[in-house]
Design a protein around this ligand. Structure first.
Ligand SMILES: NC(=O)c1ccc[n+]([C@@H]2O[C@H](COP(=O)([O-])OP(=O)(O)OC[C@H]3O[C@@H](n4cnc5c(N)ncnc54)[C@H](OP(=O)(O)O)[C@@H]3O)[C@@H](O)[C@H]2O)c1
Length: 294
């Protein structure tokens, strides 16, 4: 975990925290957040990319407060260092955009032994959101927006504990779908748990977008060419998502699923309260060990 040299400018400020902003949809969203003069903290893994992003945006928006945190989101300890910093510096998170995600073309596990796509697509948003909440780092009418996927419609949630061996039995598409269904169940569960604190929790599918989602998979990265060919422009999705954020605040929406900017019904499984509780309990089990270690 490392922060940009200018991180102190965010102390005691209201911020938008966005994960995975060095590429694709997250990268394009930065421009809209900057134009709106929001204070931004984004997560990245590549410092050279992160510095360039800051320099480019500051050259257009000189008064912008923007910093980065180098954070490997599959590692729960890194996430806890990030939320701990936010807490210590009295930063209030007005918008948490859980955007970072991967498609699991290869079998990989996280430091804590969790299948990698489940760790990044579900456990990371779960841990960031719940830890910020515990630390009282959200403001009144803060928004948590989970970048989900229409792939969740294929999810069934019938995994018992999401351990790697169990998920390896699934096709890659099914595995991705299960991570997104779990993330959506979490969205609905949190929207109910946080309702009395006036914290809004929603999820959004950005469309099929020409990004790097299928790269980072070694020689199988050629699959990404297909996505670049059929996907829509990432800037278009980013604009829609920015409008979704505004709409959530204006209309005080919570517990809602958006697809390409419109509110739509998500899968029947995602509304199943028993499944939401099951995934919640499994997720708590998967983070307990590391939070105690921290
Ligand atoms: N593209 C689509 O068609 C599509 C459709 C539905 C939903 N989505 C969702 O949209 C979100 C954004 O994806 P995208 O399409 O914009 O993909 P992308 O271009 O691959 O961007 C993903 C971002 O997540 C970051 N990231 C990946 N693994 C990480 C890790 N272990 N730790 C920290 N950061 C990590 C990446 O960082 P690096 O730059 O360092 O790799 C990158 O900034 C994802 O949640 C995805 O599931 C995408």
């Amino acid at each position: 975990m490392k922060f940009s040299n200018n991180i102190e400018i965010l102390s005691s400020q209201n911020i938008t925290l966005i994960t995975g902003a060095t590429s694709g949809i997250g990268f394009e969203m930065l421009e809209y957040l900057a134009k709106d003069n929001q204070n931004i903290l984004f997560t990245a893994r590549n410092e050279t990319k992160a510095i360039k992003i800051i320099n480019d945006l500051i050259s257009v928006y000189p008064s912008l407060r923007i910093s980065y945190a180098l954070c490997e989101l599959s590692d729960q300890i890194e996430i806890l260092k990030l939320t701990n910093y936010i807490n210590c510096k009295l930063i209030k998170v007005k918008n948490l955009i859980n955007n970072a995600g991967i498609f699991p073309v290869k079998n990989r596990i996280s430091k804590q032994g969790i299948e990698l796509s489940f760790a990044i697509n579900h456990i990371a948003p779960f841990l960031i959101a719940t830890q910020l909440y515990k630390d009282n780092s959200f403001d009144k009418y803060s928004l948590i927006l989970n970048i989900n996927s229409s792939a969740h419609y294929r999810g069934r949630g019938d995994l018992e504990n999401y351990d790697p061996q169990e998920t390896y039995n699934y096709s890659k598409m099914q595995r991705y779908s299960e991570t997104k269904l779990a993330n959506l169940c979490l969205t609905y569960k949190l929207s109910k748990l946080y309702i009395n604190d006036d914290i809004l929790v929603n999820a959004a599918h950005p469309g099929i977008v020409a990004t790097n989602l299928l790269s980072n998979n070694g020689w199988l990265s050629f699959l990404n060419w297909g996505l670049k060919l059929v996907g829509r422009n990432a800037n278009k999705s980013a604009k829609e998502l920015f409008e979704v954020i505004q709409k959530c605040h204006t209309d005080k929406l919570s517990g809602v699923f958006f697809s390409e900017g419109d509110i739509v019904k998500s899968s029947d499984y995602s509304y199943d309260i028993n499944l939401q509780d099951k995934i919640w309990n499994i997720s708590i089990g998967l983070i307990n060990a590391s939070t105690m270690e921290f």
